[in-house]
Design a protein around this ligand. Structure first.
Ligand code: URA
Length: 209
């Protein structure tokens, strides 16, 4: 699969396995998700542009490199995407944050946008969309399509878990968008859940079930 980055670092795999356990508490699940998100950020942001700045060490002046966090926007697909934000922001505290809210129309089954709030000047920014589960791919595709209207410099998509169906759908619609994930599970079930998966990510993050 081209443009798919499987993050198989042992720390990431270990934490993901603990999150899958059905008896993991809401607190445990959320803590692991935060830790895992900051670990994934290292891989996702590997090619972030750097700029040179002068820095005075105690001994002399040198040219050092820094990232411009303000050019980066984490876009959370509501509501489960919010579970990833804290971990990502702990690594790049200067990043901006956008939110996209989508629901599935019961008649057409198509995603409908109910919320969209982004920082200004999106054409100068690199977007990292976050959503723990890339399942059918419908929300991801709709979010990318909408964000492309703002002509950002780049778009990446980060999830914890996906499945062959989700990867294929997003890649077909947006082959230019790199997907970062900690696992590609076996399949989708008839209700759009990933198997073996970890259940409903939103419910597990927010304790709503
Ligand atoms: N959304 C979830 O929260 N879980 C899945 O398995 C699929 C979509």
């Amino acid at each position: 699969m081209s443009n798919v980055h499987l993050i198989n670092h042992p720390l990431v795999q270990h934490k993901l396995t603990l999150m899958r356990r059905k008896d993991a508490s809401t607190n445990t699940f959320r803590t692991l998700l935060t830790e895992l998100s900051s670990l994934m950020a290292y891989e996702v942001l590997r090619d972030m542009p750097l700029q040179d700045i002068e820095v005075e060490t105690p001994l002399e002046t040198m040219t050092g490199k820094v990232i411009d966090g303000k050019k980066l926007v984490f876009v959370s697909i509501l509501r489960a995407g919010n579970g990833i934000l804290e971990g990502m922001l702990s690594v790049v505290p200067g990043a901006r944050v956008g939110h996209v809210g989508l629901y599935r129309d019961p008649q057409t089954l198509e995603p409908v946008e109910y919320y969209f709030k982004m920082p200004q000047e999106m054409q100068e920014r690199d977007i990292v969309i976050v959503d723990p589960m890339l399942a059918t791919g419908n929300s991801a595709i709709a979010a990318v399509t909408r964000l492309k209207q703002l002509k950002p410099r780049s778009i990446k998509f980060v999830c914890l878990l996906t499945c062959p169906e989700g990867v294929a759908a997003l890649q077909k619609a947006h082959p230019d968008v790199a997907i970062y994930t900690a696992a590609i599970d076996r399949q989708l079930n008839e209700h759009g859940y990933i198997l073996p998966g970890l259940g409903d990510a939103g419910d597990r993050i927010f304790g709503t079930k």
